[in-house]
Design a protein around this ligand. Structure first.
Ligand code: PGA
Length: 253
């Protein structure tokens, strides 16, 4: 299956931003005619998932979460189970974002368990991978990504409910992005890793997102890279106009 048969995906990650009043941004996104071959997803903070779903109702805009617990429920104060997200109507959850790997000490094994829990609840798991600047400068990028893939994407996952996001840590929130050749190199290595893990045909259905400083003015060139099926967008997803411009660039790619 060629890239043309994968639906494109523009996913927004609001991180720890947004109050109820900011859901007005979603009204703008929900109102805009969304291109039929592009999936759009916004992952607001957990506090806003339920009201966000009400704002997105009746539109093609999907709502997801930024994290879930690896267990299905129980005595885990402050945590949220994937089934609880699904219960609200969320359709996807980001797992293994570098801000959680770094800030919360999340290991590849934990990320794998979270992805498994997400899928068990019927959610699409968006698994994030990415190298630090030091790792890139040392020439270790593909080895680091390969090891993260090996540890975070177990063969027990269902490729039909899996998205991978390549997010170089140094590109997140920095305004820096890798060269297009660097993005292409990592995405092609991830496609090969997926094929080795799941078989070529299932691997060809998994969307590969690029994330890290995607903005309206660089989106088109990033989306022109082979094996880039969309983006995971942080800062620019907070503004409906910017996110819409990225969606349009993806639709045109
Ligand atoms: P950014 O964040 O677009 O603000 O760089 C991307 C992300 O962390 O998902």
């Amino acid at each position: 299956m060629g890239a043309g048969m994968r639906r494109k995906l523009a996913a927004g990650n609001w991180k720890m931003n947004g109050l109820l009043a900011d859901l007005a941004q979603l009204d703008q996104l929900a109102k805009a005619p969304l291109p039929a071959h592009v999936d759009t997803l916004i992952c607001p903070p957990a506090t806003l998932i339920h009201p966000a779903l009400a704002h997105a109702k009746g539109s093609a805009l999907a709502i997801g979460a930024q994290d879930c617990h690896a267990q299905g429920g129980g005595a885990f104060t402050g945590d949220i189970a994937a089934v609880q997200l699904r219960d609200l109507g969320a359709s996807a959850v980001i797992v293994g974002h570098s801000e959680r790997r770094e800030g919360h000490g999340e290991t590849d094994a934990l990320v794998a368990a979270k992805a498994q829990a997400a899928q068990a609840a019927g959610l699409c798991a968006i698994v994030c991978l990415g190298e630090t600047l030091g790792q890139r400068q040392a020439g270790d990028t593909l080895a680091v990504i390969g090891a993260q893939f090996a540890g975070s994407v177990p063969a027990t996952l269902d490729p039909a409910l899996l998205v991978l996001a390549y997010e170089p840590v140094w590109a997140i929130g920095s305004g820096l992005i890798p060269t297009l050749a660097q993005i292409a190199e990592v995405h092609s290595s991830l496609r090969a890793a997926l094929a080795a893990r799941f078989g070529a045909a299932p691997a060809a259905t998994v969307r590969l997102l690029y994330g890290g400083s995607v903005k309206p003015d660089n989106a088109a060139e990033v989306f022109g890279v082979a094996d880039v099926d969309g983006a995971l967008v942080g800062g620019a997803s907070l503004n409906a106009q910017d996110f819409s411009a990225i969606v349009q660039a993806l639709a045109a790619a």
